[in-house]
Design a protein around this ligand. Structure first.
Ligand SMILES: Cc1cc2nc3c(=O)[nH]c(=O)nc-3n(C[C@H](O)[C@H](O)[C@H](O)COP(=O)(O)O)c2cc1C
Length: 153
């Protein structure tokens, strides 16, 4: 599997007036997502939800060519607190199920990494073995599930 980061840093605010001919940075972002077999959403939690910039990115994806429809999603998140972004992920799932996004999400493989500051080293690498093993298992499950979904098309 190859993983590419699709940066949302430079995306402008979503604007319906220009959605048919958006700035190049939006076109590139949408093309990158369109070309992917699946999307891994790694989100922090901001005020019990996803960051506004992530919602903005999804709003772009949900319009015109609607590049997320049918494309599988896996959500992961980590926080210093105990809940590991559970509230943000709840909102993100709702958004991913909206009509313009319609992204299938594998059930039973939710990733909430709490107390993450105790599980990473000074370079941000995950060093907590049980968490690494859990993530390996979830990714394996996700890849098999995506392949099955491909067969069903
Ligand atoms: C505006 C804002 C709101 C936040 N709200 C929450 C929250 O509701 N729940 C939570 O667990 N963390 C919250 N945090 C902490 C972030 O999820 C994150 O842990 C923090 O910004 C550190 O970023 P890092 O994980 O990239 O190091 C918030 C941070 C910011 C900047």
């Amino acid at each position: 599997m190859d993983i590419e980061i699709a940066s949302i840093r430079d995306l402008p605010h979503y604007d319906q007036d220009i959605e048919n001919e958006p700035p190049a940075v939006v076109k590139e972002f949408k093309s990158k997502v369109a070309a992917a077999d699946a999307v891994l959403w790694a989100t922090p939690e901001y005020n019990y939800s996803i960051p506004g910039v992530l919602k903005n990115a999804i709003d772009w994806l949900s319009r015109v060519d609607k590049v997320m429809i049918g494309k599988p999603s896996l959500i992961v998140g980590a926080s210093r607190g105990a809940l590991g972004t559970v509230r943000a992920q709840q909102h993100l799932r709702d958004i991913l199920y909206s009509i313009g996004v319609s992204s299938p999400i594998m059930l039973g493989n939710e990733v909430y990494i709490g107390a993450v500051h105790e599980k990473i080293d000074e370079n941000g690498n995950l060093t907590h073995e049980p968490t690494v093993a859990f993530l390996d298992q979830v990714v394996e499950n996700f890849v098999s599930w995506c392949k099955q979904a491909q067969h069903q098309k």
